[in-house]
Design a protein. Sequence first.
Length: 316
Amino acid sequence: MLSVFNSINNAFCNTLGISSYMQGVVVLMCINIIAVLGMSVLTGFTRLFSFGNAGFMSIGAYAAAILTVRYNVNFLVAIILGALAAGFVAFCLGSITLRLKGDYFLITCLGFGECVRVLFNWTKNLTGGSAGFPGIPAYSNMLFSVVCTILAFFIAWRFIHSKYGRNLTSIRENEVAAQAVGINAFRTKRLSFVFSAIYAGWAGAIYAGYLMYIVPSAFNLGKSCELITTTVIGGLGSLTGSVLGAILVTVLPEVFRSMANYRMLLYGIAVVLVIMFKPTGLYGYKEFSLKRTIAWFKNLGKGKDKPAAAEGKEDK
């Protein structure tokens, strides 16, 4: 099955003339989108901040890698099991930590992420330790990653627009009022936490199949901070904003790559400018609508978007 996927991807990319470099950028973009979609559900729609999602990514990555390399499990099954393993750990962790108030939940998640990284460093016989885990099959090609991203967005969209998603929004706006109308805040927040972890594990499993070699240091605190930053840049409370933010954060470093040592500096400046001039994010608390966009362009062509003051002067 893996050879069939790779053959289809190669034929597709050769037909469109997509280079290996561009394929790699698209795969990384898809990985970031999936991870940020999960973070968006947790942070944007539930208003829970977690610095532990890099730990869930590592659980998904190592679970998929170990299953495919040491137990010859089909890569699709390994990805699913890796994502579910991250979700199970999140369920156990959330059952304890989500009862904490204030910043204690955030601090606990931060400690969890670092504990997972250290644990994978110590278990050399299982994970290879700091030397890394090599020999992972190359199952994460561009076409497969794009399909996974579309599926992930569809599932997240249906979840947010279900009664569970409305419960998340209610808790975000006013947790006390949500509990007063019968919403179990603890279970709802735990569901959001597990959903976010499953997506992080899913992204981690695809990441392992793309690099074919993983090390614990790739899933450090910096990665968790990157996920939160991307979610904020895209816009809280917006799935399409999260996608836009993930694309921006992935593409910007590549755009500035020719500038060598100044690349990450320019990338950081660009991110700061977005946060300064768009504090709600690029698409905060709203979703992209094709119908609304077409209507806006039609009105723009008819001159209906003139300022009210200007229209008043013309009438006189």
